[in-house]
Design a protein around this ligand. Structure first.
Ligand code: CU
Length: 68
């Protein structure tokens, strides 16, 4: 199990938080996802077959790219 925290500058309201949590939770292998509006950060706990690459690709696809 791996925990990562990403900076996602596009988080601007509770709708963004909800969208991110719903979409990322759908990824196979993701155990939990917690997005925070104030810090604009997303904490994700996952295991295979999920990977940082698949999660980052999904976030980019739904218009919440991870800050470099
Ligand atoms: Cu929003």
């Amino acid at each position: 199990m791996k925990t990562v925290t990403y900076s996602v500058p596009n988080i601007s309201c509770m709708h963004c938080v909800h969208t991110i949590q719903t979409e990322v939770a759908d990824v196979k292998g993701v155990q939990s996802v917690k997005a925070d509006q104030a810090s604009k950060k997303v904490e994700i706990v996952f295991d295979a077959p999920a990977s940082e690459d698949t999660i980052k690709a999904l976030l980019a696809e739904i218009n919440y790219p991870v800050a470099a």
